[in-house]
Design a binder for this molecule. Structure first.
Ligand code: IPM
Ligand code: MG
Length: 361
């Protein structure tokens, strides 16, 4: 029997609830596919700060490095909001990305037809939208030095540095072309090369790499224009590749275009490690009430099955079961609309698991 070890980092807020729900889905995968998952929990984020004084303890990092994949809930909350930037729960996320060298962040945004009314756009504009934002995750202004708040002539000045080496650009661009090849063979590279040198280099490297992928249609968009096109013609995009900060912003935009943030999964992958987490945050306002939407985390686990374990058919099954559950009208409050059946985290998970069983049979 195939065995995989999964590092489970539940995190803060609704993190524990949605991860628990997802582990139940994975249990069903074990049953249906005869694989075995071993879990080991680690601390991250606010709880890690409370218990160890740091948002990413070394033991957690070690655990991740000794696992086949990492499943993460969400981190952060008001309790830790007033800490300085380098002590905040988010720092744990940034550090784990960097330490595991998870340079490509895959954020699929597709419209679920039963939820098409959840999109703020007209159904005819958003219908058929199915894109994947590949966000570079370990470089850019997030990590560039120098950074800080300094004093100059008695006045404070805030500094961050947008920085990319050509190798950093190349590896994420290659990955994006490879992914585009397995999809609809369209790649949009997003930059700000009309203003920024770092973006000029980005574009040059994309052009170089594109020579090896003549079968993939390439377009370049400036980030401001891309932000507009995403709402004007979302269904024309296939794969979008961009840097860390532009990708942070555009992937949120892509998410809202297709409906609810509660539905968006993500994978952060490098050459050795991979981490799977929902795009949404820890939603402290609804934590512990049993109403959180587990779907983004469940779909993140489906990405884990596909990208880390090569279990494509199990991954398809989970995705189909989610779609079927939506078709049946089940909705957590965040995606509820009139005439649907409002359910909590647990019932939503029960329905998904039932549908897995039914669809597999
Ligand atoms: C994300 C988040 C993080 C980011 C924050 C919480 C540090 O917005 O994963 O998109 O900016 O990368
Ligand atoms: Mg973000």
């Amino acid at each position: 029997m195939q065995r995989f070890k999964i590092a489970v980092l539940k995190g803060d807020g609704i993190g524990p609830e949605i991860v628990e729900a997802t582990l139940r889905v994975l249990k069903k995968v074990e049953e249906l596919y005869g694989v075995s998952f071993e879990y080991e929990e680690g601390l991250i984020g606010g709880r890690a700060i409370d218990e160890t004084g740091t948002p990413l303890p070394d033991e957690t990092l070690e655990l991740c490095k000794n696992s086949d994949a990492v499943l993460l809930g969400a981190v952060g909350g008001p309790k830790w909001d007033d800490l300085p930037t380098d002590k905040r729960p988010e720092k744990g996320l940034l550090k784990i990305r960097k330490e595991l060298d998870l340079y490509a962040n895959l954020r699929p945004a597709k419209v679920w037809e039963p939820l098409i009314d959840a999109s703020p756009l007209k159904p005819e504009v958003v219908s058929g939208t199915d894109m994947l934002v590949v966000r570079e995750l370990t470089g850019d202004v997030y990590y560039g030095e120098p950074r800080g708040i300094f004093e100059e002539n008695g006045k404070r000045v805030g500094v961050n540095t947008m920085r990319y080496t050509e190798d950093e650009i190349r590896r994420v661009v290659v990955k994006s072309f490879e992914i585009a090849r397995k999809r609809r063979r369209r790649l949009t590279s997003v930059d700000k090369s009309n203003v920024l040198e770092v973006s000029g280099l980005w574009k040059e490297v994309v052009e170089e790499v594109s020579k090896s992928y003549p079968d993939v249609e390439l377009e370049h968009l400036y980030v401001d224009n891309c932000a507009m096109q995403l709402v004007r013609r979302p269904n024309s995009f296939d794969v979008i590749v961009t840097g860390n900060i532009f990708g942070d912003i555009l992937s949120d935009e892509a998410g809202v275009v297709v409906g609810s943030l509660g539905m968006l999964p993500s994978a952060s992958v490098g050459d050795r490690y991979a981490l799977y987490e929902p795009v949404h945050g820890s939603a402290p306002d609804i934590a512990g009430q049993g109403i959180a939407n587990p779907i983004a985390t469940v779909l993140s686990a489906a990405m884990m099955l596909r990208y880390s374990f090569g279990m494509d058919s199990a991954s398809d099954l989970v995705e189909k079961a989610v779609e079927e559950t939506l078709n049946q009208g089940y909705r957590t409050p965040d995606i509820y609309s009139e005439g649907c059946k409002k359910v909590g985290t647990e019932e939503m998970t029960d329905r998904i698991i039932e549908n897995m069983e039914r669809l597999k049979a």
